[in-house]
Write a protein that binds this ligand. Sequence first.
Ligand SMILES: Nc1ncnc2c1ncn2[C@@H]1O[C@H](COP(=O)(O)OP(=O)(O)OP(=O)(O)O)[C@@H](O)[C@H]1O
Ligand SMILES: [Mg+2]
Length: 152
Amino acid sequence: MEIRLNGLEETKEFGIRLGNLLRKGDILCLNGDLGAGKTTLTKSIGLGLGVYDYITSPTFALINEYTGKIPVYHFDVYRLENVEELYDLGFDEYFYGKGVCIIEWAEKIERLLPKERIVLDIEKGKDIDERRINITGSGNRYTEITKELEKN
Ligand SMILES: Nc1ncnc2c1ncn2[C@@H]1O[C@H](COP(=O)(O)OP(=O)(O)OP(=O)(O)O)[C@@H](O)[C@H]1O
Ligand SMILES: [Mg+2]
């Protein structure tokens, strides 16, 4: 499914709707070039999940944890040089943990990811603040979520 977002306000609305749908154990992957809008979208997804802290990019930390209705684990693996770093963090406790994982640059760690996941590829559009989001994934959760998103 493809969604077109015309401007930051639409990105925010979409992010909040998506955040509302997420549940414990969901793995949400965000791919797209530098500046595509992964962190911007994550902030709104966080709002939908009831995170009221200011979400910033965890580029150096690799992961930031927030408290919403459920825990939100925000990864950014752009600077990851070696998957060992993720093993050191105990990444699987996050992936199979009590909250939702949102992973920027997930394509870099594809082989570590659970098979069932929701993948959002963000691309810039023609206008400076237009974005296209391609949603794919596998598993029942992906199907459920895309169905819900298609409703309005
Ligand atoms: N519709 C839109 N949705 C998301 N971001 C937008 C939109 N329109 C403009 N922008 C701008 O694009 C930029 C996206 O930056 P952001 O840090 O979210 O990208 P990123 O994909 O996380 O980059 P990085 O790979 O460096 O982490 C922001 O400056 C944001 O304001
Ligand atoms: Mg980012």
